[in-house]
Design a protein around this ligand. Sequence first.
Ligand SMILES: Cc1cc2nc3c(=O)[nH]c(=O)nc-3n(C[C@H](O)[C@H](O)[C@H](O)COP(=O)(O)OP(=O)(O)OC[C@H]3O[C@@H](n4cnc5c(N)ncnc54)[C@H](O)[C@@H]3O)c2cc1C
Length: 388
Amino acid sequence: MKPAALVLGGGAFGLASALELRSRGWKVTLLDAGTIPHPDAASTDISKVVRMDYGRDAQYTAMGLLSLRRWRQWNEQWGENLYHEDGFLIMTGGPMQEGSFERESHDFLAGQGHVLETKNPEDLRRHHPQWNAERCFSGYLNPQGGWAESGRVVMRLKEQALKAGVRVHEAVRFGSWLMEHGRMAGMRDAGGAEWRADITVAAMGAWTTEHLPWLGDRLWATAQPVFHFRPEDPGAWRAPQFPVWAADIGTTGWYGFPANAQGVVKVANHGSGRRVRASEARVMPEGEEGRFRSFLRRTFPALAEAPAAASRICLYGDSFDGHFFIDHDPEHPGLFVAAGDSGHAFKFTPVLGELVADGVEGRPNPWLARFAWREAAGRGAESARATG
Ligand SMILES: Cc1cc2nc3c(=O)[nH]c(=O)nc-3n(C[C@H](O)[C@H](O)[C@H](O)COP(=O)(O)OP(=O)(O)OC[C@H]3O[C@@H](n4cnc5c(N)ncnc54)[C@H](O)[C@@H]3O)c2cc1C
Protein backbone atom coordinates (compact mmCIF):
# COMPACT_ATOMS: atom_id res chain seq x y z
CA MET A 1 0.00 0.00 0.00
CA LYS A 2 1.36 3.48 -0.91
CA PRO A 3 2.38 5.49 2.12
CA ALA A 4 0.27 8.50 2.95
CA ALA A 5 1.57 11.98 3.66
CA LEU A 6 -0.35 14.84 5.28
CA VAL A 7 1.10 18.26 4.41
CA LEU A 8 0.04 21.19 6.58
CA GLY A 9 0.50 24.51 4.79
CA GLY A 10 -0.18 25.65 1.21
CA GLY A 11 2.75 28.02 0.76
CA ALA A 12 6.00 27.46 -1.14
CA PHE A 13 7.29 24.75 1.23
CA GLY A 14 3.98 22.88 1.47
CA LEU A 15 3.08 22.88 -2.22
CA ALA A 16 6.60 22.01 -3.40
CA SER A 17 6.72 19.12 -0.89
CA ALA A 18 3.27 17.82 -1.82
CA LEU A 19 4.09 17.85 -5.55
CA GLU A 20 7.40 16.04 -5.12
CA LEU A 21 6.04 13.39 -2.70
CA ARG A 22 3.11 12.81 -5.07
CA SER A 23 5.51 12.38 -8.01
CA ARG A 24 7.27 9.67 -5.95
CA GLY A 25 4.02 7.76 -5.48
CA TRP A 26 2.92 8.97 -2.05
CA LYS A 27 -0.79 9.50 -1.41
CA VAL A 28 -0.77 13.18 -0.46
CA THR A 29 -3.33 15.32 1.33
CA LEU A 30 -2.56 19.03 1.74
CA LEU A 31 -4.46 21.19 4.19
CA ASP A 32 -4.33 24.94 4.67
CA ALA A 33 -5.95 26.84 7.52
CA GLY A 34 -7.16 29.40 4.98
CA THR A 35 -7.43 29.81 1.23
CA ILE A 36 -4.46 29.03 -1.08
CA PRO A 37 -2.80 31.44 -1.76
CA HIS A 38 -3.46 32.63 1.78
CA PRO A 39 -3.54 36.47 1.99
CA ASP A 40 -1.29 36.44 5.07
CA ALA A 41 1.16 33.80 3.83
CA ALA A 42 4.73 34.91 3.17
CA SER A 43 4.59 33.26 -0.27
CA THR A 44 1.61 35.40 -1.26
CA ASP A 45 2.88 38.71 -2.65
CA ILE A 46 3.36 40.35 -6.03
CA SER A 47 7.07 39.53 -6.20
CA LYS A 48 10.06 37.83 -4.59
CA VAL A 49 13.73 38.15 -5.50
CA VAL A 50 15.27 35.14 -7.26
CA ARG A 51 19.08 35.24 -7.14
CA MET A 52 22.21 33.15 -6.66
CA ASP A 53 24.25 35.98 -5.07
CA TYR A 54 24.99 34.74 -1.53
CA GLY A 55 28.42 36.02 -0.61
CA ARG A 56 30.90 33.14 -0.39
CA ASP A 57 28.19 30.66 0.60
CA ALA A 58 28.79 27.81 -1.86
CA GLN A 59 25.65 25.86 -0.95
CA TYR A 60 23.10 28.67 -1.28
CA THR A 61 24.87 29.81 -4.46
CA ALA A 62 24.56 26.30 -5.93
CA MET A 63 20.93 26.02 -4.78
CA GLY A 64 20.30 29.41 -6.37
CA LEU A 65 21.90 28.39 -9.66
CA LEU A 66 19.86 25.17 -9.90
CA SER A 67 16.69 27.08 -8.92
CA LEU A 68 17.32 29.62 -11.70
CA ARG A 69 17.51 26.83 -14.27
CA ARG A 70 14.31 25.34 -12.99
CA TRP A 71 12.46 28.70 -12.88
CA ARG A 72 13.25 29.03 -16.58
CA GLN A 73 11.86 25.50 -17.19
CA TRP A 74 8.73 26.33 -15.19
CA ASN A 75 8.16 29.40 -17.37
CA GLU A 76 8.23 27.11 -20.41
CA GLN A 77 5.94 24.57 -18.80
CA TRP A 78 3.51 27.33 -17.78
CA GLY A 79 3.65 28.97 -21.20
CA GLU A 80 4.05 32.35 -19.47
CA ASN A 81 6.80 34.07 -17.52
CA LEU A 82 6.02 34.16 -13.85
CA TYR A 83 9.77 34.35 -13.28
CA HIS A 84 11.25 37.47 -14.89
CA GLU A 85 14.98 37.29 -15.58
CA ASP A 86 15.48 41.06 -15.37
CA GLY A 87 18.88 40.76 -13.66
CA PHE A 88 19.93 41.73 -10.12
CA LEU A 89 21.72 45.03 -9.54
CA ILE A 90 23.61 45.19 -6.25
CA MET A 91 24.94 48.65 -5.35
CA THR A 92 26.74 50.06 -2.37
CA GLY A 93 27.40 53.58 -1.13
CA GLY A 94 31.21 53.19 -1.26
CA PRO A 95 33.82 50.94 -2.83
CA MET A 96 32.85 47.25 -2.50
CA GLN A 97 34.64 46.59 0.80
CA GLU A 98 36.63 43.41 1.44
CA GLY A 99 34.38 41.10 3.41
CA SER A 100 31.20 42.91 2.37
CA PHE A 101 28.24 40.99 0.97
CA GLU A 102 28.67 42.81 -2.32
CA ARG A 103 32.41 42.11 -2.67
CA GLU A 104 32.14 38.50 -1.51
CA SER A 105 29.25 37.75 -3.88
CA HIS A 106 30.98 39.44 -6.79
CA ASP A 107 34.33 37.72 -6.30
CA PHE A 108 32.81 34.31 -5.54
CA LEU A 109 30.57 34.33 -8.64
CA ALA A 110 33.28 35.77 -10.89
CA GLY A 111 35.58 33.08 -9.53
CA GLN A 112 33.05 30.49 -10.71
CA GLY A 113 33.11 32.01 -14.19
CA HIS A 114 29.80 33.87 -14.05
CA VAL A 115 29.73 37.01 -16.19
CA LEU A 116 28.98 40.10 -14.10
CA GLU A 117 28.93 43.79 -15.09
CA THR A 118 30.62 46.02 -12.55
CA LYS A 119 28.96 49.41 -12.12
CA ASN A 120 30.18 52.87 -11.16
CA PRO A 121 28.35 56.21 -10.89
CA GLU A 122 28.91 56.93 -14.58
CA ASP A 123 27.28 53.62 -15.51
CA LEU A 124 24.33 54.47 -13.26
CA ARG A 125 23.86 57.87 -14.86
CA ARG A 126 23.97 56.36 -18.35
CA HIS A 127 22.12 53.07 -17.89
CA HIS A 128 20.17 53.30 -14.61
CA PRO A 129 19.14 56.95 -14.32
CA GLN A 130 16.59 56.31 -11.59
CA TRP A 131 19.45 55.76 -9.15
CA ASN A 132 21.01 58.71 -7.31
CA ALA A 133 24.55 58.23 -8.68
CA GLU A 134 25.87 60.77 -6.18
CA ARG A 135 25.08 58.35 -3.41
CA CYS A 136 25.69 54.96 -4.98
CA PHE A 137 29.32 54.42 -5.71
CA SER A 138 29.96 50.88 -6.88
CA GLY A 139 28.44 47.47 -7.40
CA TYR A 140 27.60 45.02 -10.12
CA LEU A 141 24.77 43.65 -12.24
CA ASN A 142 24.22 39.91 -12.34
CA PRO A 143 22.19 39.20 -15.49
CA GLN A 144 21.30 35.79 -14.05
CA GLY A 145 18.55 36.57 -11.57
CA GLY A 146 15.34 38.53 -11.28
CA TRP A 147 11.95 38.15 -9.63
CA ALA A 148 9.00 35.80 -9.44
CA GLU A 149 5.31 36.72 -9.20
CA SER A 150 5.05 34.71 -5.99
CA GLY A 151 1.31 34.75 -5.43
CA ARG A 152 0.64 33.65 -9.00
CA VAL A 153 3.29 30.94 -8.68
CA VAL A 154 1.49 29.58 -5.60
CA MET A 155 -1.76 29.51 -7.60
CA ARG A 156 0.00 27.61 -10.41
CA LEU A 157 1.54 25.09 -8.02
CA LYS A 158 -1.85 24.48 -6.42
CA GLU A 159 -3.36 23.78 -9.86
CA GLN A 160 -0.47 21.41 -10.63
CA ALA A 161 -0.94 19.65 -7.29
CA LEU A 162 -4.64 19.11 -7.95
CA LYS A 163 -3.86 17.80 -11.43
CA ALA A 164 -1.26 15.42 -9.96
CA GLY A 165 -3.84 13.95 -7.60
CA VAL A 166 -2.93 15.77 -4.39
CA ARG A 167 -6.06 16.15 -2.25
CA VAL A 168 -6.13 19.84 -1.37
CA HIS A 169 -8.41 21.10 1.41
CA GLU A 170 -8.63 24.76 2.30
CA ALA A 171 -9.94 26.51 5.44
CA VAL A 172 -9.24 23.48 7.66
CA ARG A 173 -8.42 24.86 11.10
CA PHE A 174 -6.01 23.05 13.37
CA GLY A 175 -7.41 21.32 16.44
CA SER A 176 -4.82 19.01 17.96
CA TRP A 177 -2.15 16.51 17.00
CA LEU A 178 -3.10 12.85 16.72
CA MET A 179 -0.57 10.79 18.70
CA GLU A 180 -0.73 6.97 18.70
CA HIS A 181 1.73 4.64 20.40
CA GLY A 182 4.13 7.57 20.80
CA ARG A 183 3.95 8.38 17.11
CA MET A 184 2.46 11.36 15.25
CA ALA A 185 -0.47 9.91 13.29
CA GLY A 186 -1.85 13.13 11.85
CA MET A 187 -4.14 15.96 12.98
CA ARG A 188 -7.64 16.40 14.36
CA ASP A 189 -9.11 19.63 13.02
CA ALA A 190 -11.13 22.21 14.94
CA GLY A 191 -14.29 20.50 13.71
CA GLY A 192 -13.17 17.16 15.16
CA ALA A 193 -12.39 15.47 11.84
CA GLU A 194 -9.25 13.30 11.83
CA TRP A 195 -6.64 13.51 9.08
CA ARG A 196 -4.37 10.49 9.33
CA ALA A 197 -1.10 9.74 7.58
CA ASP A 198 2.15 7.82 7.85
CA ILE A 199 4.06 11.11 7.88
CA THR A 200 2.89 14.64 8.71
CA VAL A 201 4.87 17.44 7.06
CA ALA A 202 4.53 20.69 9.02
CA ALA A 203 5.06 23.49 6.46
CA MET A 204 3.21 26.21 8.32
CA GLY A 205 5.73 29.03 7.82
CA ALA A 206 5.63 31.73 10.51
CA TRP A 207 2.76 29.87 12.26
CA THR A 208 4.99 26.85 12.98
CA THR A 209 5.64 27.48 16.66
CA GLU A 210 1.94 28.17 17.31
CA HIS A 211 1.42 24.43 16.75
CA LEU A 212 4.93 23.15 17.55
CA PRO A 213 5.69 25.22 20.67
CA TRP A 214 8.70 23.06 21.55
CA LEU A 215 10.51 24.78 18.67
CA GLY A 216 10.01 28.21 20.22
CA ASP A 217 13.69 28.55 21.13
CA ARG A 218 14.77 27.97 17.52
CA LEU A 219 11.98 29.40 15.37
CA TRP A 220 9.89 32.57 15.65
CA ALA A 221 7.84 34.95 13.53
CA THR A 222 9.30 38.33 12.56
CA ALA A 223 7.23 41.15 11.06
CA GLN A 224 8.63 42.93 8.00
CA PRO A 225 7.09 45.98 6.27
CA VAL A 226 6.55 46.13 2.51
CA PHE A 227 5.37 49.10 0.44
CA HIS A 228 4.05 49.20 -3.13
CA PHE A 229 4.43 52.55 -4.90
CA ARG A 230 2.71 53.69 -8.10
CA PRO A 231 5.00 55.98 -10.13
CA GLU A 232 3.45 58.17 -12.81
CA ASP A 233 5.50 56.56 -15.61
CA PRO A 234 5.95 52.86 -14.72
CA GLY A 235 7.83 52.30 -17.99
CA ALA A 236 10.79 54.23 -16.58
CA TRP A 237 10.91 51.77 -13.66
CA ARG A 238 11.37 48.57 -15.64
CA ALA A 239 14.37 46.55 -16.77
CA PRO A 240 16.86 46.95 -18.30
CA GLN A 241 17.25 50.39 -16.71
CA PHE A 242 15.57 49.38 -13.47
CA PRO A 243 16.10 45.67 -12.66
CA VAL A 244 15.71 44.00 -9.26
CA TRP A 245 18.00 45.88 -6.91
CA ALA A 246 19.72 45.93 -3.57
CA ALA A 247 21.16 49.10 -1.99
CA ASP A 248 23.77 48.37 0.69
CA ILE A 249 21.60 45.38 1.58
CA GLY A 250 24.33 43.84 3.79
CA THR A 251 24.21 46.84 6.15
CA THR A 252 20.84 48.54 5.53
CA GLY A 253 18.59 45.75 4.21
CA TRP A 254 17.04 47.82 1.38
CA TYR A 255 15.97 46.03 -1.79
CA GLY A 256 13.21 46.17 -4.35
CA PHE A 257 11.74 45.42 -7.72
CA PRO A 258 10.99 46.86 -11.14
CA ALA A 259 7.42 47.96 -11.86
CA ASN A 260 5.17 44.97 -12.46
CA ALA A 261 2.46 44.68 -15.12
CA GLN A 262 0.14 46.79 -12.93
CA GLY A 263 2.74 49.55 -12.77
CA VAL A 264 3.55 48.97 -9.08
CA VAL A 265 7.09 49.21 -7.69
CA LYS A 266 7.64 47.16 -4.52
CA VAL A 267 10.21 48.25 -1.93
CA ALA A 268 11.13 46.19 1.14
CA ASN A 269 13.74 45.96 3.86
CA HIS A 270 15.60 42.79 4.88
CA GLY A 271 16.22 44.07 8.38
CA SER A 272 15.94 42.61 11.87
CA GLY A 273 12.15 43.21 11.93
CA ARG A 274 9.88 42.81 15.00
CA ARG A 275 9.15 39.55 16.78
CA VAL A 276 5.42 38.81 16.74
CA ARG A 277 2.91 35.96 16.98
CA ALA A 278 1.80 34.92 13.50
CA SER A 279 -1.87 34.84 14.51
CA GLU A 280 -1.92 38.39 15.92
CA ALA A 281 -3.29 41.29 13.87
CA ARG A 282 -0.87 42.75 11.34
CA VAL A 283 -0.36 46.45 12.06
CA MET A 284 2.00 48.75 10.13
CA PRO A 285 4.01 50.62 12.75
CA GLU A 286 3.72 54.40 12.85
CA GLY A 287 6.47 56.11 10.81
CA GLU A 288 7.31 53.18 8.53
CA GLU A 289 6.10 54.91 5.39
CA GLY A 290 8.20 57.93 6.36
CA ARG A 291 11.25 55.69 6.80
CA PHE A 292 10.73 54.20 3.34
CA ARG A 293 10.26 57.60 1.74
CA SER A 294 13.41 59.05 3.29
CA PHE A 295 15.35 56.09 1.89
CA LEU A 296 13.77 56.74 -1.52
CA ARG A 297 14.61 60.44 -1.36
CA ARG A 298 18.29 59.51 -0.90
CA THR A 299 18.43 56.70 -3.47
CA PHE A 300 15.54 56.97 -5.98
CA PRO A 301 14.43 60.60 -5.69
CA ALA A 302 11.86 60.34 -8.51
CA LEU A 303 9.95 57.65 -6.60
CA ALA A 304 9.94 59.34 -3.18
CA GLU A 305 6.64 61.19 -3.62
CA ALA A 306 4.82 58.50 -5.63
CA PRO A 307 1.51 57.43 -4.07
CA ALA A 308 1.60 54.21 -2.05
CA ALA A 309 -0.64 51.71 -3.83
CA ALA A 310 -0.52 49.27 -0.92
CA SER A 311 1.47 48.23 2.15
CA ARG A 312 1.74 44.97 3.97
CA ILE A 313 3.25 43.37 7.04
CA CYS A 314 4.69 40.06 5.92
CA LEU A 315 6.21 37.54 8.31
CA TYR A 316 9.53 35.72 8.19
CA GLY A 317 9.55 32.32 9.81
CA ASP A 318 12.92 33.04 11.35
CA SER A 319 15.34 30.41 12.62
CA PHE A 320 18.05 31.20 15.17
CA ASP A 321 20.83 30.84 12.55
CA GLY A 322 19.00 31.96 9.41
CA HIS A 323 18.99 28.46 7.88
CA PHE A 324 15.89 26.37 7.12
CA PHE A 325 14.67 23.44 9.20
CA ILE A 326 14.04 20.44 6.93
CA ASP A 327 14.10 17.26 8.97
CA HIS A 328 12.25 14.66 11.03
CA ASP A 329 11.48 15.77 14.59
CA PRO A 330 13.47 13.29 16.69
CA GLU A 331 11.15 13.81 19.67
CA HIS A 332 7.99 13.20 17.60
CA PRO A 333 8.37 10.28 15.19
CA GLY A 334 5.96 10.67 12.27
CA LEU A 335 6.41 14.47 12.22
CA PHE A 336 8.60 16.17 9.60
CA VAL A 337 9.31 19.90 9.83
CA ALA A 338 9.83 22.09 6.72
CA ALA A 339 10.09 25.67 8.03
CA GLY A 340 12.49 28.37 9.22
CA ASP A 341 12.51 30.19 5.87
CA SER A 342 14.18 33.23 7.54
CA GLY A 343 13.01 35.48 4.74
CA HIS A 344 14.89 33.84 1.90
CA ALA A 345 13.30 30.54 0.84
CA PHE A 346 10.90 31.47 -1.96
CA LYS A 347 13.63 31.69 -4.60
CA PHE A 348 14.43 28.03 -3.90
CA THR A 349 10.86 26.78 -4.43
CA PRO A 350 11.98 24.69 -7.46
CA VAL A 351 14.37 22.67 -5.25
CA LEU A 352 12.50 22.68 -1.89
CA GLY A 353 10.26 19.73 -2.82
CA GLU A 354 13.23 17.46 -3.48
CA LEU A 355 14.93 18.48 -0.25
CA VAL A 356 11.82 17.71 1.79
CA ALA A 357 11.04 14.42 -0.01
CA ASP A 358 14.65 13.21 0.30
CA GLY A 359 14.51 14.09 3.98
CA VAL A 360 11.19 12.31 4.49
CA GLU A 361 12.45 9.18 2.70
CA GLY A 362 15.90 9.32 4.30
CA ARG A 363 17.62 9.57 0.93
CA PRO A 364 21.16 11.01 0.86
CA ASN A 365 21.19 14.70 -0.17
CA PRO A 366 24.33 16.73 0.60
CA TRP A 367 22.31 19.92 0.95
CA LEU A 368 20.24 18.55 3.81
CA ALA A 369 23.03 18.55 6.40
CA ARG A 370 22.70 22.31 6.89
CA PHE A 371 18.95 22.04 7.49
CA ALA A 372 19.12 19.05 9.84
CA TRP A 373 17.52 19.07 13.30
CA ARG A 374 19.66 21.19 15.64
CA GLU A 375 19.58 22.96 18.95
CA ALA A 376 19.68 26.74 19.28
CA ALA A 377 23.28 27.84 19.69
CA GLY A 378 25.50 30.90 19.06
CA ARG A 379 24.36 34.08 17.35
CA GLY A 380 20.81 35.45 17.08
CA ALA A 381 18.67 35.71 13.95
CA GLU A 382 19.66 39.30 13.26
CA SER A 383 23.27 38.53 12.46
CA ALA A 384 22.12 35.87 10.00
CA ARG A 385 20.63 38.43 7.66
CA ALA A 386 23.82 39.00 5.75
CA THR A 387 23.57 35.62 4.01
CA GLY A 388 19.75 35.65 3.84
C1 LIG B 1 8.56 40.80 3.45
C2 LIG B 1 9.10 39.51 2.89
C3 LIG B 1 9.88 39.56 1.77
C4 LIG B 1 10.44 38.39 1.26
N1 LIG B 1 11.21 38.47 0.13
C5 LIG B 1 11.76 37.34 -0.36
C6 LIG B 1 12.53 37.38 -1.55
O1 LIG B 1 12.67 38.45 -2.15
N2 LIG B 1 13.08 36.22 -2.01
C7 LIG B 1 12.91 35.03 -1.36
O2 LIG B 1 13.46 34.03 -1.80
N3 LIG B 1 12.16 34.94 -0.22
C8 LIG B 1 11.61 36.07 0.27
N4 LIG B 1 10.84 36.00 1.40
C9 LIG B 1 10.70 34.72 2.09
C10 LIG B 1 9.63 33.86 1.46
O3 LIG B 1 8.44 34.59 1.31
C11 LIG B 1 9.44 32.66 2.35
O4 LIG B 1 10.68 32.05 2.55
C12 LIG B 1 8.46 31.62 1.80
O5 LIG B 1 7.39 32.22 1.18
C13 LIG B 1 8.04 30.73 2.95
O6 LIG B 1 7.11 29.79 2.49
P1 LIG B 1 6.35 28.87 3.53
O7 LIG B 1 5.61 27.87 2.72
O8 LIG B 1 7.28 28.38 4.57
O9 LIG B 1 5.36 29.86 4.33
P2 LIG B 1 4.02 30.58 3.87
O10 LIG B 1 4.07 31.01 2.49
O11 LIG B 1 3.74 31.59 4.90
O12 LIG B 1 2.91 29.41 3.95
C14 LIG B 1 2.52 28.85 5.17
C15 LIG B 1 1.09 28.37 4.99
O13 LIG B 1 0.75 27.59 6.14
C16 LIG B 1 -0.62 27.82 6.42
N5 LIG B 1 -0.87 27.41 7.80
C17 LIG B 1 -0.50 28.02 8.94
N6 LIG B 1 -0.92 27.33 10.00
C18 LIG B 1 -1.56 26.24 9.51
C19 LIG B 1 -2.21 25.11 10.11
N7 LIG B 1 -2.28 24.97 11.43
N8 LIG B 1 -2.74 24.18 9.29
C20 LIG B 1 -2.68 24.30 7.94
N9 LIG B 1 -2.08 25.35 7.31
C21 LIG B 1 -1.52 26.29 8.09
C22 LIG B 1 -0.81 29.30 6.15
O14 LIG B 1 -2.15 29.61 5.94
C23 LIG B 1 0.07 29.50 4.90
O15 LIG B 1 -0.68 29.36 3.72
C24 LIG B 1 10.23 37.14 1.91
C25 LIG B 1 9.38 37.08 3.02
C26 LIG B 1 8.81 38.25 3.52
C27 LIG B 1 7.96 38.16 4.74
